[in-house]
Design a protein around this ligand. Structure first.
Ligand SMILES: [Zn+2]
Length: 450
């Protein structure tokens, strides 16, 4: 078996790993490169392999940094099957549609080509097959695999494969503990070689069990001061988790019903997909569903699909709660709410997600008193509260627990999907505690296992 790291090598986006046997070539994830200055050029560059030579593609979850270059791969000749869990299959289509519309607009605005267009989404979706967790998929005599629960976002799976006699496990992205709706991350059954993400390889998270308590405190405080609680949230997963927690707080009367707006078209479009696959829920969510309760509905909640509905939220008297994208406050409907509410001392801005360098969200969470939004200078008078317990990725302790959870310890571990300092700290910890062989591959590095 030969493994080549074509993406997320010493960085956190663009996941793309090629596995080869004498007869079979399988790609795991084919994500978009995001963030840094030359990502547009890197995404547009030809793929470092012939797409038509790839037999199959496995998608670990729907996030665009794991799926975003697939329509390009298909347009450039890939004709094999694509495998994902059932929720990932439908969520991925949503992500592609959304990304293709954004890229079409950007192409027009910046007079440049688009990575792909809305018309490229369907040809890729037609190749995408849904498979349940813990069910063996046989790609060839040399390659079979199962998805196991990764606990990162709805439908996310890690991959346990038998590749030409080598037992290979690939984490995709692993989730935090105690995430609403999602089942806990599964243990590895067998892995001789492990590829693991290391986003938070150098960090220990705030206890995730505190998150609902902190959300409750913020909602109650906002109600008594008659303010606006602004929650910028990633449309996929974070928005749905917040709804789930608000539902529980309202129904159990721990917080008063407050006018609440889910103001994110993508988050609203994802709701039916969550409804459709209740067999993927954890025990608590499944019990709620079985009792006939819809945990995405509660007194006070309004979903605002259209732009004029979004604008009209301004006329609703306070107290109120607004959940809107984007999560890092660098686009989307949250931007006009920031302009409307940040200069009001009665506003609380609740930061519940990772804020990358260069975003408005990062500046505000670091204490900026003035930010620029659409060439407008906005004073930050709002109270800014950061809840670290909402991280969507496993921390150092959980990563180590997961990679050593199999019946035997892996003989080799590759760390990807992390900034170098995070991967290095994690690698050292694993070497010190378990004396295992850990490598941090660079872009295009290849390794062979007998
Ligand atoms: Zn992810």
């Amino acid at each position: 078996m030969k493994i080549t790291f074509y993406g997320a090598a010493r960085e956190v986006t663009g996941s793309c790993t090629l596995i080869e046997t004498p007869t079979t070539r399988v790609l795991v994830d084919c994500g978009m490169i995001q963030g840094n200055g030359n990502s547009f050029e890197r995404n547009m560059a030809p793929l470092p392999f012939d797409p038509s030579s790839i037999d199959a593609l496995i998608l670990t979850h729907a996030h665009i940094d794991h799926t975003g270059r697939v329509p390009k791969l298909v347009r450039e000749g890939f004709k094999g099957r694509i495998f994902a869990t059932h929720p990932t299959r439908l969520l991925t289509r949503l992500m592609w549609q959304d990304a293709s519309h954004v890229m079409k607009d950007e192409a027009r605005r910046y007079k440049r080509p688009a990575l792909y267009l809305p018309k490229d989404v369907n040809p890729a979706f037609e190749l995408l097959h849904g498979v349940p967790y813990d069910t063996t998929v046989r790609i060839s005599d040399d390659f079979s695999f199962v998805f196991r629960e990764a606990g990162h976002i709805f439908g996310s799976g890690f991959v346990e494969a038998n590749v030409y006699g080598t037992r290979l496990v690939m984490s995709g992205d692993l989730g935090n503990d105690y995430v609403p709706i999602l089942r806990p991350t599964a243990r590895i059954v067998d892995g001789d070689v492990a590829v693991m993400e290391s986003t938070y390889g150098d960090r220990i998270h705030e206890d995730p069990q505190h998150r609902a308590e902190r959300l409750k405190a913020a909602v109650n405080e906002n109600f008594s001061k008659k303010g606006t609680l602004l929650i910028p949230a990633f449309s996929l997963e974070r928005a749905q988790e917040i709804l789930y927690e608000l539902h529980e707080l309202v129904e159990s009367k721990q917080v008063p019903p407050t006018p609440t707006f889910l103001d994110s078209p993508l988050a609203i479009k994802a709701l039916p997909i969550y409804h459709e696959f209740s067999e993927y829920y954890d025990k608590e969510a499944a019990a709620l569903k079985a009792s006939g309760d819809d945990f995405f509905k509660f007194p006070g909640l309004t979903v605002t699909k259209k732009p004029d509905e979004s604008r009209a939220i301004l006329d609703v008297p306070k107290p109120k709660i607004i959940i809107a994208g984007s999560g890092m406050m660098h686009g989307g409907r949250i931007m006009h709410h920031l302009v409307d509410y940040l200069n009001d001392p009665k506003t609380t801005l609740l930061v519940v997600g990772y804020q990358s360098a260069g975003t408005v969200g990062r500046s505000i969470s670091e204490g900026a008193k003035v930010v620029h939004i659409d060439h407008e200078e906005v004073q930050v008078q709002a109270k800014v509260e950061v809840i670290g317990a909402y991280s969507a990725h496993a921390d150092q302790a959980k990563l180590i627990k997961w990679v050593t959870s199999g019946r035997t310890l892996p003989k080799k571990i590759y760390l990807n999907h992390g900034e170098p300092h995070a991967s290095e700290e994690l690698a050292q910890k694993i070497r010190d505690q378990f004396s295992l062989d850990v490598a941090i591959p660079a872009h295009a590095d290849s390794f062979t296992h007998p």
